[in-house]
Design a protein around this ligand. Sequence first.
Ligand code: 2NL
Length: 341
Amino acid sequence: MTARLQRLRADALAAVDGAADAAALEQVHVSFLGRKGALTEILRGIGGLAPEDRPRVGAEANDVREAVEAAADARGIALRGSEVTARLLRESVDVTTPGRRIARGTRHPLAETIAEIDEVFGRFGFVVYEGPEVEDDVTNFQMLNIPVDHPARDLWATLYVDIDDHLLRTHTSPGQIRVMRETRPPIRALLPGRCFRYEAVDASHGFEFFQVEGLMVDEGTSLADLRGLLDEFAHALFGATRATRFRPGYYPFTEPSVAFDVECVVCDGAGCPACGRSGWMTILGAGMVHPVVLRSGGIDPERFQGFAFGMGVDRIAMLRHGVHDVRLFMENDLRFLEQFR
Ligand code: 2NL
């Protein structure tokens, strides 16, 4: 019996040492120590021994069990350790590998231009307001001194909405009417926004476009104040030494009305195809707010005067970036947009 036990001990220890992984070790455990294992079989035979031999053989069997279990535990720990090591090697991360670049969006050139315009006029105390894109005929036209059936209506090819006397605003001026009616002078308001017109699209006209308008109303506001402000604006956007000029213009809502020109940003005034060889480019329209319009806004023209100006954002953005077709701003072609970083 003792000899069998010692052989079993030697075989089991050898098998434990030879187990290559956790599954093999479990197999060894079952075959030697399990319910149908070799050691259990020997223990079952103890009953057939002489009573005086039983305690000694039982103790020996327990020694063997303990020795094999201890060896199996130690082997298990060693195997788990090498498995972890192997896995760490297999799954290691090379932290020196260059990262994958994250694609970042860019600000749309029109949004960027509006932000720049807001910033410059903000320096002079102008506050940004926004009005609705769907307006009524009264606010979009009549309050701006453009009565029903007035020939000046032909200046705006209008898109009508299927609700009585509503339309898509043709300029942001109705928003300024709202500001006049909702606040009190002194007013320094800036209105950026999307406008619409019923027109065929070509390189310089879209059916929707962005406009920024400005409005100042106070006691004693003059055309000279307008001129000084617009000079600052032109210098901020197109260079500190750029010459500017006023020319006479016409809008129903301003009197007098002016066109504001800057020295051509392409040829610096020498004359080129971009400026029609005149050396000048018109960047916005402006004027002193017509007394009828001040009254529409609930403001007494005997006490307060105002100036207003309006510019097409696409035109400003085109001049700043040398873009020659407004359609590019609305197509959202990434090959175009990615150039504005
Ligand atoms: C242009 C010219 C202009 C205005 C807009 C305005 C608004 C009110 C009263 C008076 Cl509430 N005027 N706006 C004035 C002159 C010109 O825009 O060509 N924009 C693209």
